[in-house]
Design a protein around this ligand. Structure first.
Ligand code: SF4
Length: 655
C-alpha cells in the first residue's frame, strides 16, 4: 500500500467538530490512516461514533445532548463517477430503542438505540466537500434554536432566524423542509442545505433530514437528533474541489467505467435497465405478480404483513403502470448518470393535485401494507412526508400497526384512530404525529415500545400480548421493508442482522439469489455477510446502492488509486468493508445489541400466509436460528452476537 503523497488526494483532509453546548468549533486535519482503513463516509463516521461511545459509554437516550450526529462525504463524491453524489449521516438512532423491560417479551435485553447510517443524494454532500470538509461532527445541545453555516472552510454557529419558524397551534415550529431550504438559499446564494422539518423539531422517532427539498437521510431518526440539539439546518457553500492523485489516469479509467455502467443500464438482463424509466417502482409488479424477468410474485405485503397477495384490481390502482402514468422527467441525485432512478411526478386531479417527486417502491409497498390503494393519495402523502420531515418507510410500519390496533378495538380510547385503507385517516394521523397535535399522534411519534405501553395503559394485562403482536416495529425495530418478511429466509436474516436495525433492506438484499435457488443456512449467511460488507464500502465511497459495478474490480481499484493515491488489492479493499461492518457491530454491542435482538421474530410473522403463490409460508424460528448461527460463525462473532477484542485486533480496529 502506498503512503499518502503530498497530503490528501480525493479527500479534503479536514474534519470539523462542533459543540453546540458551548458554541465551540474545532477544525482538525484528518489522520490519513483513518481514510486508508475506513475509506470515508460511513466508515470514517462509524469510527468517530465508536470512539465517542468508548470514551463516554453508551448513549442511553439518543435525544440526550450526549448523542453525536455526523454529516459527511466520501472520496468519490463530486467526481464524474455515476451516482457520486451520495453523502453520509451517522448517529445513534431514535427509533431502534427498547430501553425499558418489555413485559410482553420474556427474552428482552435493554437496547439504547443503534448506530445508524443514512445515505442521501442532493447537492449537500458534494457542497460540504467543496466547502473544505470531509465531515462535520456535531455534539451537545444549543440553548436556543441555531443553524450551522459552513462556507469556504469556515464553520459558524448562528442563531436561527425567526422567519424559519411559524406558529402552529400556539407553538413555535420550524416551517416545512422546502420553505427552510428556500429561505436559506436566499440568505446564502449558491449554497445547499440539509434541514429538519416540523417532525424532527418535535422529536418524532422516525423524523428524517432533508437535503435540497426531496433527498432524505431517511431512516433511524436523524431529524429527531437535530431537534434534540436545537439545530434547524446546516448550510454549506464552497467552490474548491479535492485534488486528484493522477487526474489524467482518473479520467481515462473513469471513461471506461462509465461505459460499463451505461452498457449495464442498456442491457435488459440487468435490473438496472428498468431504473431510468420505472425507477424502483418496477419492484411493485415484480413483488405482486412476478412481472419483469418472469419471476413469481406474491410477496407484496398487505394488511400489516398478514398477506403477500391481494385483489389484482386493487393492485392495478397502485402498481408500476399506475405510477408511470404520473411520472415526469428525471429528477435525480447530484452526479447521477445513466441509472437515474427518480423522476418528477404530477397529479392533476383533485383532491390530491400537485407536483413533486415519484414515490419509491418501498414507500408505496409499505403504504399498500396499510391497504391504501389510491395512487394520487400515495403521491400526496409522500409529498407531505418530505415537507414535514418524516421517513416514509417507518411511517408505513407504524401506521399499519396503528390500523390493526384500531381494527381490533385497542385504540378505542383515542379520538380519530386510522382505519385500514383510508387515505384521509392516514393524512390526519401523519400530521398529528409530525406536530404531536393529538394524544394518538404523540403516542405514535415515539419509539414503538413506548407506544405499546401507552396503548396498554389502563387495559387488562391479558391484552398486552395482543397489542404487541400488532406492532412489527416492537423491540427496537426500524420497520420491515416492502418485501413480505415471511417469504425469504435469507432476506429475513438480512433484516435481522442489519447494523442499523431490524427490518432494514439496504445492507443486504437476497431476493434474486433466493429466487435463483440459494437456500442452505451457510450459503445464505455468507451471502448476507458479503452483501453487508459490500454495502459498507459503497456507502463509505459516497456511491449509491444502485451503482452497477464491482468496487473490488481491477478497473475500480485503479480508478480509486488515481483518485486518492492509495493502492489496494481486491482482498484488502473487501477487508475494509468487513472492518467497517464489524466496527459498527461492536458499537452496537456497547448500545446493548446481541443475539436476543437479532433472534427476535415478531409473533405475527410466524403466522402463515393464506393467499397467493407463497401461501403457507411464515418465518420459521428454527431456520432463522440456524442461519443466525451460520452468520455469526461467518462474521467471527460469538454465539451471542458479540464482537470480541481478538477480532477487533485482527481487523486493525484496536491495537
Ligand atoms: S440511481 Fe437513483 S438513488 Fe441512485 S444516485 Fe441515481 S437518482 Fe439517486
Amino acid at each position: 500500500m502506498l503512503p499518502f503523497q503530498n497530503g490528501f488526494f480525493g479527500y479534503r483532509g479536514r474534519i470539523a467538530f462542533v459543540d453546540l453546548g458551548n458554541r465551540a468549533v474545532r477544525v482538525e486535519p484528518a489522520d490519513p490512516a483513518l481514510y486508508r482503513d475506513y475509506l470515508g463516509g460511513r466508515g470514517v463516521q462509524a469510527l468517530l461514533l465508536y470512539d465517542h461511545l468508548k470514551r463516554n459509554g453508551p448513549v442511553r437516550d439518543p435525544l440526550n445532548p450526549a448523542n453525536r450526529i455526523i454529516l459527511g462525504n466520501g472520496p468519490v463524491n463530486d467526481t464524474h463517477v455515476a451516482t457520486a453524489g451520495r453523502g453520509s449521516c451517522s448517529f445513534i438512532g431514535t427509533m431502534t430503542r427498547s430501553p425499558e423491560p418489555a413485559a410482553w417479551l420474556p427474552a428482552h435485553a435493554p437496547l439504547f438505540g443503534l448506530l445508524t447510517h443514512a445515505s442521501a443524494g442532493g447537492v449537500f454532500p458534494n457542497m460540504l466537500k467543496r466547502s473544505g470538509l470531509d465531515h462535520l461532527v456535531i455534539d451537545g445541545r444549543a440553548d436556543r434554536p441555531v443553524r450551522i453555516l459552513v462556507s469556504e472552510g469556515r464553520v459558524a454557529i448562528l442563531d436561527a432566524e425567526d422567519e424559519l419558524f411559524e406558529d402552529v397551534g400556539g407553538a413555535k415550529v420550524p416551517k416545512t423542509a422546502s420553505a427552510i431550504t428556500d429561505i436559506l438559499a436566499g440568505l446564502h446564494p449558491g449554497s445547499s442545505t440539509v434541514c429538519l422539518g416540523p417532525a424532527g423539531w418535535n422529536r418524532v422517532a422516525f423524523a428524517c433530514l432533508t437535503n435540497d427539498k426531496h433527498r432524505n437521510f431517511g431512516r433511524g431518526g436523524a431529524g429527531a437528533v437535530f431537534g434534540s440539539k436545537n439545530l434547524v439546518a446546516v448550510t454549506a457553500h464552497g467552490r474548491d474541489r479535492a485534488a486528484y492523485f493522477d487526474q489524467a489516469r482518473f479520467q481515462a479509467l473513469g471513461k471506461e467505467l462509465d461505459g460499463q455502467v451505461k452498457a449495464h443500464v442498456g442491457d435488459s438482463k440487468w435490473t438496472a435497465s428498468f431504473r431510468p424509466e420505472a425507477g424502483t417502482t418496477w419492484w411493485l409488479d415484480r413483488a405482486f405478480n412476478g412481472g419483469y424477468l418472469g419471476k413469481q410474485g406474491g410477496y407484496l405485503p398487505w394488511h400489516n404483513f398478514d398477506e403477500g397477495s391481494f385483489d389484482p384490481a386493487d393492485f392495478a390502482k397502485v402498481g408500476t403502470e399506475a405510477f408511470l402514468e404520473i411520472s415526469g422527467p428525471p429528477k435525480v441525485c447530484s452526479h447521477c448518470r445513466h441509472i437515474m432512478c427518480t423522476r418528477a411526478a404530477q397529479v392533476d386531479r383533485p383532491p390530491y393535485a400537485g407536483s413533486g417527486v415519484r414515490p419509491e417502491f418501498e414507500t408505496i409497498a409499505l403504504w399498500i401494507n396499510c391497504c391504501i390503494v389510491d395512487r394520487d393519495a400515495v403521491f400526496h402523502i409522500n409529498h407531505l412526508c418530505n415537507e414535514l420531515g418524516i421517513d416514509t418507510m417507518t411511517l408505513g410500519s407504524v401506521m399499519s400497526g396503528a390500523m390493526e390496533l384500531a381494527e381490533k378495538g385497542c385504540l378505542a380510547g383515542f379520538k380519530d384512530a386510522p382505519a385500514f385503507g383510508s387515505a384521509p385517516d392516514m393524512i390526519r394521523t401523519l400530521k398529528d404525529i409530525a406536530y404531536r397535535s393529538s394524544p394518538l399522534g404523540e403516542l405514535l411519534g415515539g419509539y414503538s415500545d413506548r407506544a405499546i405501553a401507552g396503548v396498554a395503559a389502563g387495559r387488562p394485562a391479558a391484552d398486552l400480548e395482543g397489542i404487541a403482536r400488532c406492532v412489527t416495529t416492537a423491540f427496537g425495530g426500524l420497520g420491515y421493508a416492502g418485501i413480505e418478511p415471511k417469504v425469504f429466509p435469507g432476506m429475513f436474516a438480512a433484516y435481522a442482522t442489519s447494523n442499523r436495525g431490524r427490518g432494514d433492506h439496504t445492507y443486504a438484499w437476497t431476493i434474486q439469489a433466493e429466487e435463483g435457488g440459494l437456500q442452505g443456512a451457510e450459503e445464505l449467511a455468507a451471502y448476507v455477510a458479503a452483501g453487508q460488507e459490500g454495502k459498507a464500502i459503497v456507502d463509505s465511497l459516497g456511491l449509491c446502492d444502485f451503482f452497477t459495478e464491482d468496487t473490488a474490480s481491477d478497473l475500480f481499484l485503479g480508478l480509486y488509486r488515481a483518485l486518492t493515491g492509495i493502492e489496494y488489492t481486491a482482498d484488502a479493499f473487501k477487508t475494509c468493508g468487513r472492518r467497517i461492518y464489524t466496527l459498527e457491530r461492536r458499537a452496537n454491542n456497547i448500545q446493548g445489541r446481541g443475539r436476543i435482538y437479532d433472534a427476535h421474530i415478531p409473533p405475527k410473522l410466524t403466522e402463515p400466509l393464506t393467499r397467493g403463490a407463497h401461501a403457507g409460508k411464515a418465518v420459521d424460528p428454527a431456520r432463522h436460528d440456524a442461519i443466525l448461527n451460520a452468520y455469526y460463525r461467518k462474521q467471527g462473532w460469538t454465539r451471542d452476537g458479540m464482537v470480541e477484542p481478538a477480532l477487533l485486533r485482527a481487523l486493525g480496529i484496536e491495537p
